[in-house]
Ligand binder design. Structure first.
Ligand code: HEM
Length: 202
């Protein structure tokens, strides 16, 4: 490691995660927008398919007993049911699972995945405003983008505070980073899948 690397190393774990996921986030943001999800309800429905697939793959993590001892409100943070209800609102079939879902991650890897899933609620604040233009809201069609109980900023701050306060080994830090990067890669796969699958076959 060079002196420069050391100087640029963020003090907080969450800041490091922000830093290492900055590029994948920028790419994913561009990819989401390239599919023009707010042009038509049909385009938006494909985006919801991707969100549903991603969230449904994380259900076991959100309900994991060990992880819930770390983040007590973890099960309530899960958005799989909200995304499923959005699919119904949009008269879109629940998609079949896509091979390659996260399986038996270590605790730290799982936290990396959850960091990304929870962080995506921040971008959702912008996305829901656009969804309103399609006649959707946090009670119809765009539930999974809605304000979480207790507040968006508050939910994120408490998650990050908990994450930053954990004692992790060097190996676990690396696993955390891997989980976060894997999560971005997975969402990218699911997004592409959602837009290449025809609605009839979904
Ligand atoms: C599956 C993961 C994610 C997806 C699909 C996603 C998607 C997006 C999209 C499409 C936007 C642009 C919204 C707009 O300009 O209208 C956005 C913005 C944003 N996202 Fe994400 N995001 C994800 C993860 C994260 C994570 C992990 C964080 C935080 C650590 C985060 C923080 C933000 C913030 C703060 C914004 C708004 C301002 C900005 O662009 O910096 N997102 N996100």
């Amino acid at each position: 490691m060079t002196a420069q690397d050391t100087a640029q190393r963020p003090a907080l774990r969450s800041q490091r995660l922000n830093q290492i996921t900055n590029e994948p986030h920028t790419k994913l943001d561009a990819l989401v927008k390239a599919h023009a999800p707010f042009e038509t309800q049909a385009n938006f429905a494909r985006f919801v398919v991707a969100q549903y697939l991603f969230q449904s793959e994380l259900v076991s993590l959100y309900n994991d007993a060990e992880l819930t001892t770390i983040v007590p409100d973890l099960p309530a943070r899960c958005r799989a049911e909200a995304a499923k209800a959005d699919l119904a609102d949009l008269e879109t079939e629940v998609p079949a699972p896509v091979a390659g879902a996260v399986k038996n991650p270590t605790k730290a890897e799982a936290l990396g995945w959850l960091f990304v899933s929870e962080g995506s609620k921040l971008g959702a604040a912008f996305l829901i405003k656009r969804a309103v233009g399609l006649g959707l809201s946090e009670t119809f069609g765009a539930r999974h983008l809605g304000e979480p109980a207790g507040g968006r900023a508050e939910g994120w701050k408490s998650f990050v505070k908990t994450l930053d306060g954990l004692e992790l080994s060097a190996q676990e830090e690396a696993e955390l980073d891997k989980g976060a990067i894997d999560a971005f890669n997975r969402f990218t796969v699911l997004l592409e899948q959602a837009y290449t699958t025809t609605p009839e076959l979904a």
